[in-house]
Write a protein that binds this ligand. Structure first.
Ligand SMILES: [Zn+2]
Length: 113
């Protein structure tokens, strides 16, 4: 993939990183430690802790995605974005369109299954 074509994916990566930042801020309230006497409205302490666990899992997923997207940006900087890490061929633009942080082409992905 030519550097010019790689650059066309950068705005989408930047936009997704911005969206992740907003989602992480939204989640930060829900991931605070629950105080021992927390009983907010109809929520029991157990409910609160379950919601916190879900929020923490969501936060981890977003942080992992953020890491992969930052790495994708570095690959654009280095000029090897969109190249399969396993076989070195170009990853289709269609695949990158729905998975911006893809590091393998579809044939290699299928081989690993
Ligand atoms: Zn491949």
């Amino acid at each position: 993939m030519q550097p010019h074509d790689q650059e066309t994916f950068r705005p989408a990566i930047v936009a997704r990183l911005e969206a992740i930042k907003v989602e992480l801020v939204d989640l930060s309230d829900s991931t605070q430690p629950i105080s021992p006497d927390a009983a907010i409205g109809r929520l029991s302490r157990l409910d609160s802790m379950q919601m916190q666990q879900m929020a923490l899992a969501g936060k981890r997923r977003l942080e992992d995605e953020r890491t992969r997207l930052v790495e994708a940006q570095h690959r654009i900087d280095a000029g090897n974005y969109g190249r399969c890490l396993l076989c070195g061929s170009d990853i289709s633009a269609e695949r990158l369109g729905y998975q911006l942080d893809a590091t393998t082409c579809v044939p290699c992905l299928n081989r690993r299954k």
